[in-house]
Design a protein around this ligand. Structure first.
Ligand SMILES: Cc1cc2nc3c(=O)[nH]c(=O)nc-3n(C[C@H](O)[C@H](O)[C@H](O)COP(=O)(O)O)c2cc1C
Length: 152
């Protein structure tokens, strides 16, 4: 099963979590591919069996620059990912109040509207609580990969 892992990051933490996810996915027998600046066309060309988005929130609840145009393009072109399993790891900080993990939530909502199917409820990683998000994500990732493997 081919898993495309997309990361949206300003300072590199979400990239780190996504890199760790790719290592663990490959070790779990999935074929992981990383994308940092996807477009709709480059994503479609991957023919992904499953998707994972690791996305930080920046500004006042905004998507990081490297994924901003991708998200706009998804909403403009509306390519359907019918029944494609996906997951979102949202990185944020509760110190930002109402905008906590809003960028990850936007990707989750968009992929749901594109008819993809959330294989495991979104993981929220709070920078106020942890300095090792890549380790904290491991149990969630193990469950996510198990859910994907159960699909084959
Ligand atoms: C300028 C700035 C703005 C931020 N805005 C938000 C926000 O609105 N909501 C949120 O949940 N986290 C916010 N954060 C916290 C980051 O999402 C969090 O620290 C994350 O782990 C950073 O990931 P990155 O290293 O991949 O960029 C902000 C951080 C910075 C530095």
């Amino acid at each position: 099963m081919k898993l495309v892992i997309i990361s949206g990051s300003v300072y590199g933490t979400a990239d780190l979590v996504a890199d760790e996810a790719a290592c663990l996915a490959n070790a779990a027998g999935l074929q992981a591919t990383r994308m940092k600046t996807p477009s709709v066309d480059t994503l479609l060309a991957e023919h992904a069996d499953a998707l994972l988005v690791c996305c930080a929130t920046t500004g006042m609840g905004e998507i990081p620059d490297n994924l901003m145009s991708f998200h706009i393009e998804l909403r403009d072109r509306f390519p359907l990912f019918t029944d494609v399993p996906f997951g979102v790891i949202a990185l944020g900080d509760t110190a930002y109040g109402d905008t906590f993990c809003l960028a990850g939530e936007q990707f989750r909502d968009t992929f749901e509207e594109l008819q993809a199917r959330e294989a495991r409820s979104m993981l929220r990683l709070d920078a106020s609580e942890t300095v090792t998000p890549e380790t904290d994500a491991e149990p969630w990732l193990a469950d996510f990969f198990a859910a994907l493997r159960a699909e084959v």
